[in-house]
Design a protein. Structure first.
Length: 291
């Protein structure tokens, strides 16, 4: 499929998510949002998602999982099956010549954490995300991992699976017994995971990304501006609260020596003016309003 068709398909997905999910991204998802997401995944009426690769406007990369598609998966009634369904459509035969280089494993119950973990995909050629529980990996995910047999990240000694979030060591051991080279980025809270992912990606690239997307943990629902920003910017993702900046977020910002370009896709009800002024100590701050 050429780049033009991929761009058209990505646009179709983004429009579809906006129409059916009401431009909302809620943690936890409400019943109505989950039902809307199931128009994409989870029922026999949709066996193959119509949209595959998205296109990154900055670099021309072809990420295999864009934020709009991830939000639809997380809002589905069964996120595990939604992710597997997309994977089977994207990589039809699971051969070495048609497989992702890495699979990111996250817990769909922790939606902000899953979103933070997804930024690891910016450093892969054609990675994807599947879902796991905290203590046990669902059978559907295990079967798909075995089918895919990711080729591995060359920059990380061939790591095939990265489990990110509050995921127990027994899950890691289970994956390793399957012969999958697995790494864990362990963090119990979304803000801690975002900071850990930021440090991990800085290690991969050799420097911290100047662009930082600052998402509010307290805003419900999340707006289209958040999805647009995550799709357009390859920046790091960190979290704040309305009147509070978590320690892990401050530590990540301090690594940039005041040179950050910070974007806040949130209203004053979600991120206060006081927090915005404090963030200005770490660089230029841009607030982006949206629906």
């Amino acid at each position: 499929m050429n780049r033009t068709n991929r761009c058209l398909l990505s646009a179709f997905l983004f429009l579809s998510v906006s129409l059916y999910a009401g431009w909302s991204f809620v943690w936890p998802a409400g019943v109505a949002d989950a039902e809307r997401a199931d128009t994409f995944f989870g029922h026999d009426s949709i066996q193959q998602p119509k949209v595959v690769n998205g296109s990154d406007g900055q670099t021309g990369r072809d990420p295999s999982l864009d934020p709009s598609l991830l939000s639809a998966m997380l809002l589905a009634k069964d996120p595990v099956q939604a992710a597997v369904q997309f994977s089977r459509t994207q990589w039809l035969d699971g051969s070495m010549n048609n497989s992702p280089d890495v699979v990111i494993l996250a817990d769909p119950q922790d939606k902000p954490g899953a979103l933070a973990a997804s930024r690891l995909l910016l450093f892969s050629k054609n990675g994807t995300m599947l879902f796991t529980g905290k203590y046990v990996t669902p059978e559907a995910t295990l079967i798909e991992l075995v089918r895919l047999r990711p080729s591995g990240l060359a920059s990380q000694s061939g790591v095939q699976v990265i489990a990110a979030g509050d995921i127990h060591q027994r899950v890691i051991d289970q994956l390793r017994r399957l012969g999958l080279r697995t790494e864990r980025i362990h963090a119990a809270a979304p803000e801690a995971l975002a900071g850990a992912v930021d440090a991990y990606t800085a290690q991969l690239s050799g420097k911290h990304n100047r662009a930082v997307i600052m998402l509010p943990l307290d805003q419900k629902p999340f707006s289209s501006s958040m999805l647009h920003l995550l799709q357009e910017k390859e920046g790091s993702l960190l979290f704040v609260k309305r009147f509070f900046i978590p320690r892990e977020t401050l530590q990540a910002l301090e690594q940039r020596d005041g040179g950050s370009n910070i974007y806040i896709p949130a209203s004053l009800e979600a991120v206060s003016r006081q927090v915005e002024r404090r963030l200005q100590r770490y660089g230029e701050v841009t607030r982006i309003s949206g629906d």
